[in-house]
Ligand binder design. Sequence first.
Ligand code: CA
Length: 397
Amino acid sequence: MKRRDFLAGGPLGLAASAALHRPLFAAQTAPREPGLKITAVEPWILKTGTLLVLLRTSEGLTGIGECSPMNIRVIAAMIEQALAPKILGRNPLDINLLWEAMFYSTYKLGVMGIQPEAIAGIDIALWDLFGKVTRQPLHRLLGGRRRERVRMYASIGGGASTSIEDMARRASEAVSRGFTAIKIRMDWGNQRTDVRPEQDWQLISTVRRVVGSKIDLGFDPNNGYSVSTAIRMGRRLQDQLGIVHYEEPVPQHDYRGLAQVAAALDMPVAAGEQEYTLWQFRDLIEVAQVDIVQPDLVKCAGITEAVRIAALAAAHDRILVPHQTQPSVGNTANLHFTAAFSRTENPQEFNYDMEKAEALRKVFPNMPVLEKGHMTVPDGPGLGLTLDEAELARLRA
Ligand code: CA
């Protein structure tokens, strides 16, 4: 193969050949250049409580991204007022430079929550555009998919406000849909330290009895236990119920407490949905000693930062199972990401809210579907999602 052909045809061909034809320092000093440009940055708030980001370009392509939906209007304002001015008119393929321009210009607004969640939506849309320009699926831009079909787990929330009977019914319904893995989340409100561990035990052990021993079962107390309760409950959960994923047992800021829990138990302890940057994940791994690392693409400043977090997790031989609760763009981006980077066959999170997923399917008609508890990683350019703009406008809040 000729060198030129390789550059043009490879997954990173367009970016690589552009870099070769540019003076060495041009990328750092002159990001504004003729050619492809970002012409509009549009946050879309939907009736489903979803925040999408559309990036329009001079060539008529549209990149699609999504942000965490917490404090949705504040994040949308952050995108419009602080981030859009940093990227309008620039080449969307300079993804890392755009990421740095957004991140460091808003650093003092706080590198947890709103800031990285706003950047996440734009960053995912930039990667979608990269795929559309190069006509390659996102998983290939990330280096190739290790698996075409990804086993998903049904992530079932509301444990604190749902009766044991209703929770057992929802769990067995998920199994009858074909899921072979389930996680029960407690979703505590503000009152969340050792509220009623004995009742939690009744709930999760009933779920285990109903779904049977062959289902992979995870438990997420949503930061609801003190260290001693987390360890005492954890021993019962691993020894008597065979729990395979114990998520955020203690308050998220208690890294040393999390390390105590992880050291005391044999089952893997998971956390990461409340961490946002590479440095926070460094501390989560080195200080909190978690076994399963859970970056969330719609929260942790997007795919660009998540790739670095995946490398960090690999360097420490930790299990990478991202957090993900958004069924359309977030889940699709996560399928590409997890197919490329997760080195385990652990099932990946799918928020068990089928009503919301079906409402969003009108906007994205080719969204991945559940097939016996699995989803296929899309093969179209970028995220591989087709966007119905009329339905999008109809769903606008
Ligand atoms: Ca969780």
